[in-house]
Design a protein around this ligand. Structure first.
Ligand code: NDP
Ligand code: 8X3
Length: 247
């Protein structure tokens, strides 16, 4: 029987690429995001593979509960919806941006997980795949709260595993580095030039690369749990620790 994946943030980037990858392999898809017209066009592209589209803002706790808690037979929950806003230093940042990142990347992911997990526990099977980021492990100037939200995703994923020990439910955190999607356009609030500079001259990861990794971990034998996987494009690596020198 075909398995079912619920993808949050399916209207762009990683989520959309995952929808295509899993549909290609015969999975059923439930696609969620705020932009209905994009969900409809993905449904038109992928046809019967899409069993439902859900216009959903993951920050809306009540809506998440109403729309997700009744879903039965979810084999994989892909907690992908998320965003970064701004790159300002912590003392200059717009507090609304910090709130939006926490509400989406932390609280939205919590709400979706809490809505879907009881059904998985009842059936004693399932897989929660959380999209973290290298930003959750490796700091950079301007990463402040975005990196903090992704560090939450890392520890929450581990703690879910601890809670679920004894159940046949897997939890995986995928931590990509720089990947070319609409991410930077969102971060720079529609400034295409600033967004393009992030990827200029480098061969960034693509959403399809991430989809391949998500597909891989979801299709391992049921007793194999990949706890976490970090990936970067070959053109990205770490720099030295920064030193401020007088004069
Ligand atoms: P995109 O901007 O291309 O896609 C983001 C998706 O998240 C969209 O489908 C958007 O849908 C959805 N989304 C955002 N806010 C909400 C919300 N409140 N409710 C529901 N859906 C929402 O970015 P990516 O595909 O690159 O990002 C996907 C995930 O990967 C994010 O969690 C991001 O932090 C993470 N990531 C990205 C990296 C990168 O370099 N691109 C690297 C590491 C991690 P809509 O606007 O229609 O609601
Ligand atoms: C996205 C990657 O380096 O822009 O999570 O934070 S980065």
């Amino acid at each position: 029987m075909a398995k079912t994946i619920l993808i949050t943030g399916a209207t762009a980037g990683f989520g959309k690429a995952c929808a295509r990858r899993f549909a290609d392999a015969g999975w059923n898809l439930i696609l969620a995001g705020r932009r209905t017209e994009r969900l409809e066009s993905l449904q038109a592209e992928l046809g019967d593979a899409v069993t439902a589209i859900l216009t959903l803002d993951v920050r809306d706790r009540q809506a998440v509960h109403e729309q997700l808690s009744n879903l039965k037979d979810i084999d994989v929950l892909l907690n992908n919806a998320g965003l970064a806003l701004g790159l300002e230093p912590a003392w200059a940042v717009d507090l609304d941006d910090w709130d939006t990142m926490v509400d989406t990347n932390v609280k939205g992911l919590m709400y979706c997980t809490r809505a879907i997990l009881p059904g998985m526990v009842e059936r004693n099977c399932g897989h929660v795949i959380n999209i973290g980021s290298t930003a959750g492990s490796w700091p950079y100037p301007g990463g402040n709260v975005y990196g903090g939200t992704k560090a939450f995703v890392q520890q929450f994923s581990r703690n879910l595993r601890a809670d679920l020990l004894g159940n046949r439910i897997r939890v995986t955190e995928i931590d990509p580095g720089m990947a070319e999607s609409e991410f930077s356009k969102v971060r720079f609030k529609g400034d295409d030039q600033s967004a393009a500079k992030v990827y200029a001259g480098a061969e960034a990861l693509s959403p399809a690369d991430i989809a391949e990794v998500v597909f891989f971990v979801a299709n391992l034998p049921a007793h194999v749990n990949v706890n976490a996987m970090e990936l970067m494009c070959i053109d990205q690596s770490w720099g030295p620790l920064a030193v401020h020198r007088k004069g």
